[in-house]
Design a protein around this ligand. Structure first.
Ligand SMILES: [Zn+2]
Length: 190
């Protein structure tokens, strides 16, 4: 199991709904938790906030979200199965986003600041989540993955929206025309 990155076509597929929550599904969730933390060990300046199953090449509607996004020592994740955005509302705000599957590129992505999501937990319980700000952004980003959408799609064509992380962990603007526009790794279908 490993995290796949652009331009892997599995990141661009629509994922299928999970039917019964079988031991196989629970194994997938365990692998997602493990992979997220392995990734974090190799990326000292970044926190692995969440992940979607397609990011390990499994096109099923499952995401995991970190329970504490500030404290790296708290490494638990909640899994959401078949998550659906019921409503996205509130102000649209731009903020930095990165993705385990889009190495070293970051972007200023506009998202709604309030969402309502329904999903199932691992034990089959139906939950409804009201999220704001960073958690709302994270949920929208991950649920996008289940429809084959990456954060870069939301800012395509925007010259000042792309950044790259340097060796010190700082974000620097990227030259859109030179490094992004014709980058087949990011936008293979253009
Ligand atoms: Zn992502």
């Amino acid at each position: 199991m490993k995290i796949i990155t652009t331009p892997d076509p599995r990141l661009r597929e629509k994922s299928e709904k999970v039917g019964k929550i079988t031991p196989e599904i629970l194994d997938i969730i365990d692998d997602m938790r493990k992979l997220s933390l392995d990734w974090e060990k190799e990326h000292p300046y970044e926190l692995s906030a969440a992940m979607a199953a397609p990011q390990m090449g499994i096109n099923k509607r499952i995401i995991i979200v970190r329970d504490d996004m500030e404290d790296k020592s708290k490494a638990t994740f909640t899994a959401l199965i078949n998550p659906v955005v019921i409503k996205a509302e509130g102000k649209v705000v731009k903020d930095y986003e990165g993705c385990l599957s889009v190495p070293s590129i970051y972007g200023m992505v506009p998202r709604e600041t309030k969402v309502r999501v329904k999903a199932k937990l691992e034990d089959g319980t139906e939950v409804r989540i009201k999220a704001t700000d960073e958690l709302a952004r994270t949920l929208l980003h991950e649920i996008d993955h289940l429809d084959g959408i990456l954060f870069i799609d939301h800012i395509k064509g925007e010259k000042d929206a792309f950044y790259r992380m340097n060796e010190k962990g700082d974000l620097e603007p990227v030259d859109y025309d030179k490094d992004i526009k014709d980058n087949k790794e990011l936008f293979p279908d253009d």
